[in-house]
Design a protein around this ligand. Structure first.
Ligand code: SF4
Ligand code: SF4
Length: 433
């Protein structure tokens, strides 16, 4: 350690504080966006929820159902978490002017860095395969209309970021003479070092410093890029799985206010002229905009990784209908962010382009069969059907705007207690035919 603090320690501290400060600011913006939804109250089944977090979020159990992408994702996920332990050393070195402060751990240090180096190579290779699948093999689920423009650029930017960060890490180790002389843990970087061993020591040191700075600055930029990217799922997948659905997928949640009205109708002792209880009067049925959705539905939208597994399993999408559950989630997120930006710049909720019709069309909503295949396929427990059903609820209960066939069916159920246009008394007539 030289004279402390040196100018580079101060610059490092400033960069670190700015990076973390901006990240905290973005997280606050994110929380404010999610809070624009309706509160969900106390959640039940906490034990089941924690089990889900362990199995689905940490254990990646739904990811590996598609083995190729699942295993590669597991490598990138583990690599990303484990390699970042090394960031702790970079931060201490940067703040206090030390160099590889954990080197004193001896063989343990060598073993750790060796594992990091192998993981860095595996992550790099996995990311190259991901890039090939999107850009050369061009898998169908990455070519849907909603994946054009920014979503495609975003996905590629994430991959480039990861490739560059891994390459910088390996190059930083390869050009670090003191680390190479340790000859412990340089399992991969030793090969790079042997190729550049003739470089003058000053050049070697300069490249090492450039890679060191670029690596940590790159990590901070990536950290702040998350808010603007589908990569936000690396943070939100955990709370999203916790708040994910724990009741059976097909069970439709009835509106409390409607249930109360029906219970009242069935109760012979109830006074039909009594004023309804204040809490049972609802301002609006269903959802026409993001502010009508619950905070969990908005968390779902912000968590979506745009992987398209839901859309590739969706029978409506497979049979050429307009519906794509991934687009439902992306539209909800885009509308939420647009409304959040409007509010932040002093506007109200006056935007004419609300979620219904402005982003999601009625045709998409009515194309859903409510089969829940999308929910089953989603690796991070997102529930696109709940948003579709909330919006349908609005169309039916607020606008009486269901398709004609559905209106006829509902009228029949109301009048005949069956979906067919026959009187109940005629039900058994078929026996006489
Ligand atoms: S529930 Fe609807 S959106 Fe989901 S897979 Fe089935 S048809 Fe598609
Ligand atoms: S909803 Fe789930 S399955 Fe569908 S694109 Fe988003 S993360 Fe993937």
């Amino acid at each position: 350690m030289g004279a402390w603090p040196s100018i580079s320690n101060v610059i490092f501290a400033l960069i670190l504080c700015s990076g973390i400060g901006y990240f905290v600011m973005n997280m606050r913006r994110l929380i404010a966006l999610i809070k624009m939804g309706r509160p969900v109250g106390e959640v039940s089944d906490k034990k089941q929820r924690w089990t889900n977090v362990g199995r689905i979020a940490f254990g990646q159990s739904k990811m590996v159902r598609r083995p190729v992408s699942g295993v590669m994702h597991l490598i990138v996920y583990l690599g990303f978490i484990i390699i970042n332990i090394e960031v702790l050393e970079i931060i201490i070195d940067g703040l206090f002017g030390t160099h590889r402060v954990f080197k004193s751990l001896g063989p343990i240090y060598g073993g750790l860095i060796g594992v990091f180096e192998v993981l860095a190579v595996l992550v790099f290779l996995a990311v190259v395969v991901f890039w090939l699948r999107r850009n050369v093999i061009r898998l169908k689920r990455f070519l849907s209309p909603e994946m054009k423009g920014w979503p495609k650029t975003d996905a590629n930017l994430i991959l480039y970021f990861e490739m560059v960060l891994m390459a910088l890490f390996l190059m930083m180790n390869a050009t670090d003479l003191s680390f190479q002389q340790m000859n412990s843990g340089n399992w991969v970087s030793a090969s790079i070092y042997s190729a550049i061993v003739d470089w003058p020591p000053q050049t070697m040191h300069l490249v090492e410093r450039i890679c060191w700075w670029a690596h940590i600055v790159g990590i901070l930029i990536f950290l702040n890029y998350l808010y603007y990217s589908k990569h936000l799922h690396i943070l939100l997948a955990f709370p999203n799985v916790y708040f994910g659905r724990v009741t059976p997928a097909g069970a439709f949640e009835n509106l409390t206010s409607v249930k109360e009205q029906v219970a009242l109708m069935m109760d012979p002792s109830a006074d039909p002229y009594a004023a309804p209880a204040e809490e049972s009067v609802v301002e609006k049925f269903g959802a026409s905009d993001v502010t009508d959705l619950t905070q969990v539905q908005l968390l779902n939208a912000m968590t979506c990784t745009e992987c398209g597994r839901c859309t590739s399993e969706c029978p409506a999408n497979q049979t050429g209908k307009l519906l794509s559950p991934r687009k439902i989630m992306m539209d909800t997120r885009d509308r939420l962010v647009a409304l959040g930006n409007e509010k932040a710049s002093g506007g109200g909720e006056s935007s004419s382009k609300q979620l219904l019709d402005g982003y999601i069309s009625r045709e998409e909503l009515w194309a859903c069969t409510t089969c829940n295949a999308c929910v089953e396929a989603c690796p991070v427990s997102i529930d696109p059907v709940s948003i579709i059903m909330s919006m349908r609820q609005y169309l039916v209960m607020e606008q009486s705007a269901a398709p004609a066939e559905l209106n006829t069916t509902m009228t029949n159920i109301e009048n005949n207690a069956a979906p067919w246009p026959f009187n109940q008394q005629d039900r058994a007539n078929w026996m006489n035919e």
